[in-house]
Design a protein. Structure first.
Length: 607
């Protein structure tokens, strides 16, 4: 590799990371200090104390927790809470600790999905509010601003189904310009008060706590806004790999903190300023204000895009690891596997985002709902990392992660003060996926037991007798089964009771591995006379073309049988489970098999 190529990949990776990973945390300076200084008077001591807290929050909760610790834990380059769960499943095998880890991962995933509603709403709304500082638009009513923000959100969600493949190329350069403008504006503001740089010292944070008592603890619930989006470093690791994200983070950290210092210097000199970042830019360069505002709106759209793509990825991981119901998935890129579109999730997310915008009206009000889901997710990630490191050779990392987890917990508890002011929406939004996951996973287990599958040995005896009669239908029939050791009731109904038996009968099982990618097929052509097994082992992020795999092994199907369960139950939980099953696509619809060859066999089940 030449030096130039190395440079290209080095800088190219950083620019891509800026566009795909750092949108959320990058838009935090738009609202963080504005919200903090509505609660706290911008006195010299308070500004220094807040800036010190911002520095150490970003250092410990993003750099240490995610860039250094979490990103050292991956599965084939993938990250996120579902990946941590897969690592723990391999380590712990069985027991209460594994059940606890599973519960934590369900909760963490649900909090992140809930956060996927609030983040685009607060980012877009806070950027649009910058229009009020344009003299000609200063009289614009809040309802009009919310309407513009909602229209931007609607447009963003509307174009999701087209894929972001073509647009992804400009995301990185736009975010690079955005971060550079934050860095430059921060540096210009610092030049008027160079002493502000001393705010990195932790003693200012300690002083802030001793001067403000209990109220300083509640301020933490707003300070945490500077670290929201930090979890994306780990969750998006699979898109680019660890190195480009960590390299980009050091630049992002420097740009963000320089901007926070600049905002601090500006608020000391202009204590009555509102919308601190926008006021600072307008004060520095009035002619550049509108271009900066447009750049900020673009940055918030890119940040929201990254979150929507992240939600699609989390849901897809949940579907393939059987944590969530099957949903219709479209693949919007022929060469980027992570580019997927899930219509049901897209429209539900859009409705929730626009509803939240109209409900809270102002980004300042939305900030009251923001932070609980993020700090909850950070605490869960740290707790799961403690379990992982305690079971590896890197036990020396456990005390470090314990300290990080305790800090996460302090921030999480501080957000409880926000519950009456709107943070209950974080709980409501996270509760929907959490309840769905719990009902779905338990329902699947209960359904499997209620179906009473037949053991393979008993089935083979009856199969051999019927096949030997020679009244077999010409061609090949496929039967989808969960595993190859037991036979589901619909297959027994088809073959044993109804004598629907073909010359070639192939049982197909799809097993999702705990690796993100890779497909392996194994074909057993002679399980019994006329019966074959075909197993596809695929990573949980893998998109499988079942027909292509079959054709590669010389299998040309005439008919495809699959089971449909008609659930009869008096249990209200199982009624919800049965409704979810009816509303969501079945296995064959999810895997896009040819409709003309499909035959669904209904089995009535008492649960």
């Amino acid at each position: 590799m030449s030096h130039t190529q190395e440079n290209d990949s080095f800088w190219g990776g950083i620019v891509k990371a800026l566009g795909l990973v750092f949108g959320d945390i990058g838009t935090s300076p738009i609202y963080t200090l504005t919200v903090v200084f509505t609660l706290t008077k911008p006195t010299l001591g308070n500004v220094y104390g807040i800036l010190s807290l911002v520095f150490w929050t970003m250092t410990i909760l993003v750099t240490v927790e995610y860039a250094w610790l979490a990103m050292s834990l991956g599965r084939k380059g993938q990250g996120g809470e579902i990946v941590l769960r897969e690592i723990l499943i391999r380590m712990l095998k069985k027991g209460r600790l594994l059940a606890f880890a599973g519960f934590l991962s369900f909760l963490g995933v649900s909090l992140l999905l809930g956060d996927g509603v609030i983040t685009p709403a607060i980012s877009i709304l806070s950027a649009v509010e910058g229009m009020l500082l344009i003299p000609a638009l200063s009289g614009m009513k809040q309802g009009m601003l919310v309407g513009i923000a909602a229209l931007i959100a609607f447009t963003l969600f509307f174009f999701q189904s087209r894929g972001t493949d073509r647009m992804a190329g400009i995301f990185g350069p736009v975010m690079a310009v955005y971060f550079l403008s934050l860095l430059v504006s921060g540096a210009v503001s610092i030049s008027s008060m160079p002493g502000i740089v001393a705010a990195v010292s932790p003693h200012y944070a300690v002083e802030f706590f001793s001067n403000n008592g209990l109220s300083s603890f509640f301020v933490l619930s707003e300070v945490i806004l500077c670290a929201t989006g930090g979890e994306a470093l780990y969750a998006d690791m699979g898109h680019l790999g660890r190195k480009p994200i960590v390299r980009a983070w050091y630049f992002v950290f420097f740009a963000l903190y320089l901007n926070y210092l600049g905002q601090g210097a500006f608020i000391i000199q202009h204590p009555d300023a509102t919308n601190i970042l926008f006021s600072m830019i307008r004060h520095q360069a009035p002619l550049l204000y509108i271009p900066f505002l447009l750049l900020t709106v673009m940055a918030t759209i890119i940040a929201s895009q990254a979150i929507i793509s992240g939600v699609f990825s989390i849901v897809y991981q949940g579907i393939t690891t059987r944590l969530m119901p099957l949903l219709k998935v479209d693949y919007t890129s022929s060469h980027i596997q992570s580019q997927i579109y899930i219509g049901a999730v897209n429209w539900m997310l859009m409705i929730a985002v626009i509803f939240v915008m109209f409900f809270f009206q102002k980004s300042q009000n939305l900030a009251a709902a923001y932070g609980m889901a993020v700090t909850g997710s950070m605490t869960i990630t740290a707790t799961m990392m403690i379990l992982v490191f305690a079971n590896t050779m890197k036990k020396w990392k456990v005390p470090i992660v314990v300290l990080v987890a305790l800090l996460d917990l302090v921030y999480f508890v501080s957000t409880f003060s926000k519950i009456p002011h709107g943070a209950y929406w974080s709980i409501i939004l996270a509760a929907i996926p959490f309840v769905t996951i719990m009902i779905w996973t338990r329902g699947q287990r209960a359904l499997y037991h209620a179906l009473k599958p037949l053991d393979l040995e008993t089935f083979l005896l009856s199969f051999a007798q019927i096949f030997a009669k020679g009244r077999n239908i010409p061609g090949t029939a496929l039967f989808f089964v969960k595993g190859l050791d037991v036979v589901p009731p619909y297959v027994v109904h088809c073959i044993i009771r109804s004598n629907i038996i073909y010359e070639r009968n192939i049982f197909i099982s799809i097993v999702r591995t705990d690796d993100p990618f890779g497909v392996e097929c194994s074909h057993l052509p002679a399980v019994a006379s006329g019966l074959e097994f075909f197993e596809i082992r695929a990573g949980y992020m893998e998109v499988i073309d079942i027909e292509r795999q079959l054709h590669a092994h010389g299998i040309r199907e005439k008919v495809i049988f699959y089971g449909i369960e008609d659930i009869s139950t008096a249990n209200p939980l199982w009624k919800v489970f049965a409704t979810i099953k009816k509303l969501t696509p079945n296995f064959v619809q999810f895997n896009k098999l040819p409709a003309s060859k499909l035959q669904g066999v209904v089995t009535r089940v008492e649960m």
